[in-house]
Design a binder for this molecule. Structure first.
Ligand code: AMP
Length: 410
């Protein structure tokens, strides 16, 4: 089925065509029709599957098809856990709805509220918001959601992880009981189910690839690398694929900054993104990455969740994530929509149990890139980091306990 076969507004269809969206992705195929028919939906789908479009397309159509005269308030509220996601989802509404008169606004904290209040006062149809700032504005009387028609919860599992349960419950006090509710979560747990069933009514349940949460159009590989050698392997791939866009994940802010510095020493430009960087700077960094001005983004899990930047070719797990779900989210940054992506994980011997936990969670073994000792040493030798005497370090490690060769032989 193609989008042209759908019974949706021509204003939306022509925009989908311009964006190059010809046929729906799996989640879109399953969700758009019931949403158009007014059903509540409970969907388990990860980012990268096209899930944003699966609610944006039918909601826009319904908002366009039926106007709501004497009401100036918000008609659709999308609750999201992070500011980045608020910005991003709002952008998708605006992009797909650019030929319609539907007005969308992404609302979040960390920025001045005066401008936001002015925008809201001008009339907004779709509000995409993080919970905190939204409640501030409701309590100050700047935000009217009393006749809301659509409530969407996006990344509901992360909302719970971030402690937004009470906020979600509080929203219910401000909106009509008669509404359409769409609930999206990347994972399903008992807690999520309980929350979902307090929100949706006789929902259509949709689950995308439950056995294989890792997006299908991503190739996965793991390379066994000593912790201290990871930067040379990163340098190696970044130089080999110097036309490609990379997101590199490390465990902590400090490690992110160290990696950026290490890459700078070898002449590779990259940028850091983590929770220690101010919100407004984070947006600028993301924009530079989106536009291609910077092609290597080095980040932590917290800062990266939900980021949808098209055309990311590689995800590098510089550190193996200690939570298997994060592996899925990280890798989902590439291979988005109908594109192919490649995920590479650098795994040290200390991280092997984490890798096994990921394989158990995804139900698939990740292919190991087998490397001879000579090849491994070549990577270290090829570095442009003049401050590094690789030969001496390897000799020292071997002199102490033979650990380097022994580890490589495993
Ligand atoms: P999402 O899972 O919503 O974050 O979307 C992932 C990516 O897929 C985004 O970059 C979208 O622009 C892209 N996308 C969504 N729907 C389609 C479609 N039907 N055809 C091609 N690309 C799509």
């Amino acid at each position: 089925m193609k989008f042209s076969d759908y019974n949706i507004s021509p204003l939306i269809k022509s925009q989908l065509e311009k964006l190059g969206f010809k046929k729906p992705t799996d989640i879109q195929f399953k969700a758009i029709k019931p949403i158009l028919e007014g059903e509540d939906v409970l969907a388990i789908a990860q980012t990268g599957t096209g899930k944003t479009g699966s609610f944006v397309i039918p909601i826009l159509h319904k908002l366009v098809a039926k106007t709501h005269k004497n009401y100036k308030g918000v008609r659709c509220l999308v609750m999201v856990p992070t500011r980045e996601l608020a910005k991003q989802n709002a952008a998708v509404f605006r992009e797909i709805g650019s030929e319609t008169s539907i007005k969308t606004f992404g609302l979040f904290g960390g920025v001045e509220q005066e401008q936001q209040i002015r925008t809201l006062n001008n009339g907004i149809d779709v509000l995409v918001s993080t919970p905190g700032r939204m409640f501030d504005l409701i309590s100050q009387g700047h935000l009217d959601i009393s006749q809301l028609e659509f409530l969407v919860l996006d990344e509901a599992d992360l909302m719970l992880d971030m402690g937004f349960l009470k906020d979600i419950q509080d929203v219910l006090k401000h909106i009509p009981k008669k509404r359409q509710t769409l609930f999206f979560s990347a994972t399903i747990t008992k807690k999520i189910k309980t929350l979902a069933y307090t929100l949706v009514r006789d929902a259509i349940r949709i689950q995308i690839s439950p056995q294989n949460p890792v997006a299908e159009n991503i190739d996965h590989a793991v390379v066994m690398v000593e912790m201290d050698d990871k930067r040379f392997f990163l340098e190696n791939v970044l130089k080999e694929y110097d036309e490609n866009k990379f997101v590199v994940f490390a465990r902590t802010k400090v490690r992110v900054e160290r990696i950026v510095a290490a890459m700078e020493r070898v002449g590779i430009k990259s940028e850091a993104l983590h929770g220690g960087i101010e919100q407004k700077d984070r947006f600028v960094i993301l924009d530079r990455f989106r536009s291609g001005e910077n092609r290597v983004l080095i980040t932590t899990d917290v800062a990266a969740r939900g980021i949808d930047i098209p055309s990311i070719d590689y995800v590098v797990n510089y550190d193996v994530p200690d939570n298997p779900e994060n592996y899925v989210h990280r890798c989902g940054r590439c291979g988005r929509g109908n594109k192919r992506g490649q995920a590479i994980s650098f795994c040290s011997k200390e991280e092997k149990p984490l890798l096994e936990a990921i394989e158990e969670y995804t139900g698939e073994d990740i292919e190991h890139y087998e490397m001879s000792l000579a090849e491994y040493k070549d990577v270290l030798k090829d570095t442009d980091d003049g401050s590094y005497d690789w030969k001496k370090l390897i000799e020292e490690a071997n002199k102490e306990d033979g650990s380097f060769d022994e580890w490589k032989d495993k």
